[in-house]
Ligand binder design. Structure first.
Ligand code: 3PG
Length: 402
């Protein structure tokens, strides 16, 4: 491997900074965690760090968004998963966090608060500049080793991701190790046509990534679902009123130019399902009314998408096709996942929602690789060098040249 792993270090008795990604879907009303697979994945490296003092750090949501919370509930879930005590500290870089870290004993696990409460964590830096931030300069002297295990945020050059690794001996955690190994193995042997089934809510990120995926030859066909499909339907003029999403006009204009540049690549739904008086109603996209909420794909769209999936050499699916948590609107997500699972293609499915859906439908074993990442994975597939992988490679070179 071009990066170091936990196998390269003696971790017993060491104080370890473990950057994970516990960014979970949050219920906007109760603020409870809806889906915990990322916390479960984050626990994996801890098995190899039993004799260390482990300081876990993660972000949750984005400042100003409805899923932006502290990490108290994450600590409780992690405690249940591990059956071990997790000390949650409502601090990140202050005197309380520093004192608690200094007082840790071998075998202790401490979880810091949401890293994005610290202003610096909301900006991108070069590794060298990140190492000079207050966060990294205050905390790095307390650690012997930095373990980066937040594959879903490996595309973010935030201080916790590129700063500590610039100044400390550093390696990948078990999740990053598994993702990189498996993806590299898959990407060297995949064949076309490459079919991408793309949904998800981070539309701005997705639009950038789609362009790169097409240019890098990893997307011969893009079948759109979810909010991003709605944006393209507006760009095509088939939905005639605003959808009420942030920065909508700018996003729709981008979608419009992508369609213009790559007219044969994109497929958008022709029919959809909406909720009318608590019932699933399937309509043609042109019949959509202003107050309708699009909650699923319709049968014609699913049939059409399944044909593309069946003739693919590689399928990458990210983001659910509808509100699958509700029985009335699971049809699109379940049908597409069954199609992906039964296809002869090499298959990659990504993101917490789809991971949960695969589990629910008993399809996990039929997928070549299930990734916890969303946006980071899309970028990884384009061949882009992600900031986390870059710093891990640099740390490996430093370590091996000693
Ligand atoms: C994700 O969920 O994709 C990662 O946690 C990164 O989150 P971000 O897009 O808010 O940086």
């Amino acid at each position: 491997m071009r990066i170091l792993t936990l196998d390269d270090f003696e971790t017993k008795g060491k104080t370890v900074f473990l950057r994970v990604d516990m960014n979970c879907p949050i219920d906007p009303v109760t603020m409870k965690i809806i889906e915990t697979s990322r916390i479960r994945e984050s626990a994996e490296s801890l098995k190899d760090l039993q004799g260390s003092k482990v300081v876990i750090a993660s972000h949750q949501g984005r400042v100003g968004n409805k899923d932006y919370t502290g990490m108290e509930n994450h600590a409780k879930v992690l405690e249940q998963i591990l059956g071990r005590k997790i000390k949650y500290v409502e601090d990140i870089i202050g005197t309380e966090a520093q004192r608690e870290i200094k007082n840790m004993k071998d075998g202790d696990i401490l979880l810091l608060d949401n890293l994005r409460l610290c202003a610096e964590e909301n900006y991108e830096f070069s590794p060298s500049d990140a190492s000079k931030t207050i966060m990294v300069s205050r905390l790095s002297k307390l650690f012997d080793l930095c373990v980066l295990d937040s594959f879903p945020s490996s595309h973010r050059a935030h201080p916790s991701i590129v700063g500590f690794a610039h100044v400390l001996p550093s390696c990948a955690g078990r999740l990053v190790e598994r993702e990189v190994r498996k993806l590299d193995e898959i990407l060297t042997v995949t064949k076309g046509p490459h079919v991408v089934v793309l949904g998800g809510s981070k539309v701005v990120d997705r639009l950038e990534a789609i362009k790169e995926l097409i240019i890098s030859g990893r997307a011969d066909q893009v079948l759109l679902t979810g909010v991003i499909a709605n944006v393209f339907m507006r760009a095509q003029g088939r939905v005639k009123f605003p959808l009420g999403i942030k920065r909508e006009e700018e996003i729709v204009a981008k979608a419009h130019s992508l369609i213009g540049e790559h007219p044969d690549v994109f497929s958008v739904p022709v029919d959809i399902a909406v909720d009318r008086n608590g019932k699933r109603v399937e309509i043609d996209v042109r019949e959509l009314a202003k107050d309708d909420q699009i909650l699923d794909l319709g049968p014609k769209t699913v049939e059409y998408y399944l044909k593309s999936i069946q003739s693919a050499g590689t399928v990458f699916m990210s983001g659910p096709a509808g509100f699958f948590e509700n029985e009335n609107f699971k049809f699109g997500t379940e049908s597409l996942l069954v199609g992906v699972a039964n296809s002869f293609a090499t298959t990659i499915v990504s993101g917490g929602h789809l991971t949960a859906a695969l589990k629910r439908y008993g399809l996990e074993a039929k997928i070549n690789h299930i990734s916890t990442a969303g946006g980071a994975l899309v970028l990884y597939l384009t061949g882009a060098k992600l900031p986390m992988i870059q710093v891990l490679e640099e740390a490996a070179v430093r370590y091996r040249s000693k």
